[in-house]
Design a binder for this molecule. Structure first.
Ligand code: SPD
Length: 297
């Protein structure tokens, strides 16, 4: 049997995770590669996954499963915040989070603060599925350091979404105490912050550290999980903290959710509630750091 061209030349890209695990994707073609002062950016077309974005060799998104991450980082807080009008996204230069935020008609203004212009350039050129949202008139894109931005801005937001990469390189300060003290300051009194919180399987210490920092700044702190097809380990988390004691379960606006007409692919009321039920090993490891949910009654 004569091998097809594809079978003859097998190009793969591997995320080398913590030097103990490799996750590989078959590359059809490379669309974009470049080096900024912060990191290396690659965008490839991968067999079975569509276009994929890598920052310093780590998967940020694939077109096949990005909806999971972007729906869960956005809709969970936006359906708990009482009337979200102003949203701040830190990181997230691919635009996927902004796309989901804009599906909420109450949102009048969304500011995206991305440190790396190369992420914006690559995604705008090659991943319109997520990046097209950045051209919406409700969106303001700023190419700035998110940590510096929250330290200096006098503007206020109803929801802050920290759509960061892993806590190394340019994203490391986004897991630190000074940053969250400033996030608290820029949040409205009943504001909510949700942050990319890594994987319980590989980064339970990072989760513990992040929750401890949040616990010093906010009266209510939770963690919720989602399944990710392309991130190592598959089970990843977001942290949820509210300044005005909004509980993600008791204060979920089920009426607004039922009436919103958004055609979700992952998120929904049952998914929202279930995401806060953590596996026993994770709950045990984070004991004492999570706020009990309010009883509805
Ligand atoms: N290890 C991957 C964690 C990266 C999370 N950020 C993804 C950006 C998608 N908007």
């Amino acid at each position: 049997m004569t091998p097809t061209a594809k079978q003859r030349l097998r190009l793969w890209v591997h995320e080398n995770y913590k030097e103990i695990l490799q996750v590989g994707f078959r590359v059809e073609r490379t669309l974009f590669s470049g080096e900024s002062e912060f990191q290396r950016i690659d965008i490839v077309e991968a067999d079975g996954f569509g276009r994929m974005l890598f920052n310093d060799g780590a998967v940020m998104l694939s077109e096949r499963d990005e909806f999971v991450y972007h729906e869960m980082i956005s809709h969970v807080p936006l359906f708990v915040a009482p009337h979200p009008r102003r949203v701040l996204v830190i990181g997230g230069g691919d635009g996927g989070t902004v796309r989901e935020v804009l599906r909420h008609p109450s949102v009048e203004y969304c500011r995206l603060v991305e440190i790396d212009p190369l992420v914006l350039e690559g995604c705008r050129k090659h991943i319109p599925k997520t990046a097209a949202s950045l051209d919406d008139p409700r969106v303001e894109v700023r190419v700035e350091d998110g940590v510096k931005h929250v330290a200096e801005t006098s503007d206020r937001f109803d929801v802050v979404l920290v759509d960061s990469s892993d806590p190394i390189g340019p994203a490391a300060p986004l897991f630190g105490p000074a940053f969250y003290a400033d996030v608290r300051r820029v949040l409205a009194d009943d504001g909510i912050v949700v942050s990319q919180a890594e994987s319980a399987f590989y980064e339970i210490e990072t989760q513990r550290g992040l929750l401890a920092i949040l616990g010093r700044c906010f009266p209510r702190v939770h963690l919720y999980n989602y399944s990710n097809l392309t991130y190592p380990g598959g089970l990843w988390s977001f942290s949820f903290a509210s300044k005005g004691d909004r509980c993600p379960i008791a204060d979920l606006d089920t009426r607004r959710l039922a009436a919103c007409g958004i055609d979700f692919r992952y998120y929904g009321e049952r998914q929202h509630r279930a995401a806060f039920v953590l596996p026993a090993f994770q709950e045990r490891a984070l004991a004492g750091q999570l706020t009990p949910h309010k009883s509805r009654g």
